[in-house]
Design a protein around this ligand. Structure first.
Ligand SMILES: Cc1ncc(COP(=O)(O)O)c(C=O)c1O
Length: 361
């Protein structure tokens, strides 16, 4: 099967390998808002059809302004990108250095992007034993070894751990002292917005926040993200970015997504309720230990019994896809991640997992 093992969410490749339509796969491997895109997005995308004969607005000015209003920041603090992935791949050039420290376990694209630009990447590994706490003193000592860039996911993927604004501010101060750019990946922060470092980034120096509109607004197929940071960094990012990377449909979809606060409230409510239920259901199964989480996914440790890879294989036979986390730096083949989906789907996952665990007991 031609799948990128670094990612979840390749339902198309999985469906091809099983010889079924993608709609028949129940995908818990990518963490996307179970409510789907904001209803107004359909009409907004259709309405820009006649603009497709023009190049997109390079500055995404209308969406940038809508994002600025949404976050209570200035337009000069924001740069719209083709998913936060585009931003991850611009980071090495933005940071202008050679050595990065990545808080682990991390999203795999950081190391991939840095590796392409010949950076040396070290991992600062957090421990599942203390639910991935961030030990600031040893981290500060490590930073003194001389790094140009530090990357933290918040909430972290795949652990789901949310670090407090005070912890991120302390990390920022450590980075300032070490002359190192701090990049905070807040791809999932819309699920717990009060934790965001966006104001710190807008008012600070040497800090950039990465945001995604593909998770909370369920637009991974359209690609949309943005950077939040101090104006000089945002201006430099604009120089580095390839022209027209954000297409006209994505820009319209972003504006329509931000215009529906009721959807946002309903999404947060649904995910919070279902996350609690799914977590309790997983914890009730023998051998499974879900970690506390702040976003729309749960990291689970299979303390005994089948490995994560074996569990994933057995669930795939039921056309259920989960994310085996064995290849995340700092984790091993005992860990897997599941998205929080709608109630019936979560129940289907729990029932399938219960059957696998019972068969293995
Ligand atoms: C932590 C994290 N950051 C960034 C991304 C990239 O998201 P996108 O490019 O769709 O905005 C992902 C995708 O899974 C992710 O998990």
């Amino acid at each position: 099967m031609s799948m990128n093992p670094d990612h979840g969410g390749n339902v198309f490749a999985v469906a091809r390998s099983l010889g079924v339509p993608p709609e028949e796969i129940l995908d818990f491997s990518a963490s996307i808002n179970p409510l789907g895109p904001v209803p107004g997005v359909r009409g907004a995308v259709a309405a820009v059809f006649d603009r497709l004969g023009h190049y997109p607005d390079c500055d995404c000015a209308d969406l940038r302004d809508a994002l600025a209003r949404h976050h209570g920041l200035g337009p000069e603090n924001i740069r719209v990108t083709n998913g936060s992935t585009e931003l991850i791949y611009l980071l090495p050039r933005l940071a202008q250095g050679r050595r990065a420290l990545v808080i682990a376990p991390p999203f795999s694209e950081y190391a991939r992007a840095l590796g392409r630009d010949d950076w040396r990447v070290d991992f600062f590994r957090l421990s599942p034993a203390d639910c991935f706490e961030l030990p600031l003193v040893p981290l500060g000592d490590t930073l003194r070894a001389g790094y140009d860039l530090l990357i933290l996911g918040n909430p972290a993927n795949p652990t789901g751990r949310l670090y407090s604004p005070a912890e991120v501010e302390a990390l920022y101060q450590l980075c300032r002292g070490a002359g190192c750019l701090l990049a905070v990946d807040e791809a999932f922060m819309d699920f717990c917005e009060e934790g965001s470092a966006k104001r710190l980034a807008a008012e600070g120096e040497g800090i950039i926040v990465l945001r995604s509109l593909t998770k909370f607004y369920a637009l991974p197929g359209l690609r949309l993200g943005c950077a939040i940071g101090p104006p000089p960094l945002i201006a430099r990012l604009a120089e580095l970015q390839e022209p027209w990377s954000v297409n006209t449909c994505a820009q319209a979809a972003g504006i329509a997504s931000l215009a529906d606060p009721a959807y946002a409230a309903a999404s947060r409510q649904l995910v919070a309720t279902e996350r609690t239920r799914l977590q309790a259901g997983l914890a009730a199964l023998p051998w499974l230990r879900p970690f506390p989480a702040a976003a729309n996914y749960l990291l689970v440790e299979a303390v005994r019994g089948p490995s994560a890879g074996e569990l994933a294989g057995r669930l795939l036979a039921e056309r259920i896809l989960i994310r085996d986390c064995g290849n995340f730096a700092g984790l091993d083949d005992r860990f897997f991640r599941v998205a929080v989906r709608g109630r019936q789907e979560n129940d289907r996952l729990l029932a399938a997992l219960a059957a696998v665990v019972a068969a293995a007991s």
